[in-house]
Design a protein around this ligand. Structure first.
Ligand SMILES: Cc1cc2nc3c(=O)[nH]c(=O)nc-3n(C[C@H](O)[C@H](O)[C@H](O)COP(=O)(O)OP(=O)(O)OC[C@H]3O[C@@H](n4cnc5c(N)ncnc54)[C@H](O)[C@@H]3O)c2cc1C
Length: 471
């Protein structure tokens, strides 16, 4: 009999797992998704706009290419010619109510780019000196610590607060004082352990790459890429490739229990499936409910992975309403800065084809701090806050000609210090559910590339296991 595999959750993780099983395995695959559509937190709205289109991302808008798995998948799916590079690169930091350009090289967060550090007009001389001195700071003891603690220790308080924390913690919607360096940024964490300093490690790594004859020089990609028609392209293409997978939409899975010969998956409407393996690709708090009766300890530990909410307000203005136009890709707001939004992206500046040339399209992020609780606020009030923030920065001469918002409840997982050890505890506590595998944004990497990697890896490990069992 062919192995029976059920995937719960049809976001990027579940879809990648299904695609991999479909392509590489001879098994019976069923994908159960609670929503009436697939894709989870990735989706693009194409808004007809006069003779053109506004490409409005509802969630994610880019792929980080240093984690190559999503780009590799896109190329495998034949989407290489759909990938687009940012038209602008630099972004700004909001400090003291004003936007300051962040020199490109500063995002390496080390002194490996001295010109960038010296050019940063918002850093005091003392902060610049602390960055320069980083190679002399003794290495930590290798135990996990928060993003704020790591960067304060290595670069001093100011650089940590106005550069490292907004860059690394801001995008997670969380507090730099609690988010785990080891779980979220293992590359930086390991540089310190291996080379004693980040700047020294960067330089050594660069040298290794140059000397490595296998590294294809000149083929390096831009750090971020997107798709011509938005991130929805990835989801739509994956869905189109699910030839053998049976997809059940509007199917909210309530529980998974061990039974003779496998696992029983039960949906809220009473339907049941028996599987040899189940890939549970939902956020951790859903997984916690699903495994509660069979593995209560795992459930409790899954509940301990916090998730915070966020919202995106998208606005379009006539280009001539913003005197001087917009520059760069957008801005970030440090944690302690008082401002109504946590950051923004100038979508029409950043990516080609997001809006006609006489229109600017911007996204503003709400959540974490600022003046609104995104769980309870009305859509109108969130749009108002987005508009107010933009008006404070640019004083547009006209009101927006298009406005929309997308709320994401409990969408941003918080990998707090000790996250990886917490995961080990969860896996150990799942023994009553042999054949159950967790994957997705709550666990081993929050962004799309990591979700693709987790989806592919879990599918391949299920296939390896079933080929051994069926030999
Ligand atoms: C506002 C925002 C902006 C982001 N920007 C970026 C970005 O620019 N780049 C990037 O790489 N990443 C970004 N991310 C992160 C990225 O979108 C997510 O990591 C990724 O989409 C998560 O995929 P997933 O499949 O693990 O989870 P999800 O997308 O959450 O999918 C899980 C699926 O499980 C389903 N489900 C839940 N419970 C059940 C149940 N009981 N039964 C059946 N189905 C269930 C849900 O309906 C959902 O479809 C962003 C996230 C947000 C919220």
């Amino acid at each position: 009999m062919r192995p029976r595999i059920v995937i719960v959750g049809g976001g990027v993780t579940g879809l990648t797992a299904a695609y991999t099983l479909d392509k590489e395995g001879d098994c019976e695959v069923t994908l159960l998704e609670a929503a009436p559509h697939l894709g989870g937190k990735v989706g693009t709205a194409q808004i007809p706009w006069h003779d053109s289109t506004l490409v409005v991302e509802q969630g994610a808008d880019s792929l980080f290419t240093r984690k190559p798995w999503a780009i590799d998948l896109a190329e495998e799916l034949g989407l290489g010619d759909q990938l687009v590079e940012p038209q602008a690169k630099e972004f700004s930091m909001l400090i003291g109510g004003k936007l300051h350009r962040v020199p490109g090289g500063l995002v390496t967060l080390t002194y490996s780019e001295p010109d960038a550090v010296n050019e940063a007009d918002f850093l005091t001389d003392a902060a610049k000196k602390a960055v320069t001195d980083e190679p002399t700071v003794p290495a930590g003891n290798g135990s996990d610590e928060s993003i704020a603690s790591f960067f304060r220790r290595r670069f001093g308080e100011e650089f940590s607060r106005v550069v490292a924390e907004p860059l690394l913690a801001g995008t997670h919607g969380g507090s730099p004082e609690t988010l785990s360096m080891k779980a979220l940024y293992p590359a930086y964490f390991d540089l310190e352990r291996e080379f004693g300093s980040l700047a020294g490690g960067m330089v050594a790594r660069k040298r290794q790459r140059t000397e490595d004859p296998v590294e294809p020089r000149g083929k390096r990609r831009n750090t971020f890429l997107s798709f011509k028609n938005g991130m929805g392209t990835l989801v739509e293409t994956l869905v189109g490739r699910l030839g053998k997978t049976r997809v059940e939409l509007d199917t909210f899975v309530e529980s998974i229990d061990p039974v003779e010969g496998g696992l029983k998956v039960t949906a809220a409407d009473g339907r049941k499936w028996i599987a040899d393996d189940v890939i549970l690709a939902t956020p951790a708090y859903h997984a916690a409910r699903i495994v509660q009766s069979a593995a209560p300890e795992a459930s409790e530990r899954l509940h301990a992975i916090k998730h915070v909410s966020g919202a995106i307000v998208t606005l379009a203005y006539p280009a001539n309403a913003v005197p001087g136009g917009l520059s760069g890709t957008g801005f970030l707001v440090p944690y302690h800065e008082k401002f109504p939004v946590t950051g923004g992206t100038w979508s029409s500046n950043k990516w080609p084809g997001r809006a006609p040339s006489d229109t600017i399209l911007v996204r503003l992020f709400l959540g974490r701090f600022g003046s609104v609780d995104v769980d309870t606020a009305s859509e109108e009030s969130m749009i108002e806050i987005g508009k107010r923030a933009f008006e404070q920065l640019f004083v547009p001469k006209e009101s927006p000609i298009f406005e929309t918002t997308h709320r994401w409840r409990r969408a941003l997982p918080q990998y707090e210090v000790g996250h990886l050890e917490r995961l080990d505890g969860i896996v150990a506590a799942l023994t009553p559910l042999r054949g159950l595998h967790l994957a997705g944004t709550s666990y081993r990497g929050v962004g799309i590339p990591d979700c693709v990697r987790q989806g592919r890896d879990v599918a391949q490990s299920v296939l390896r296991k079933s080929s051994i069992n069926h030999e």
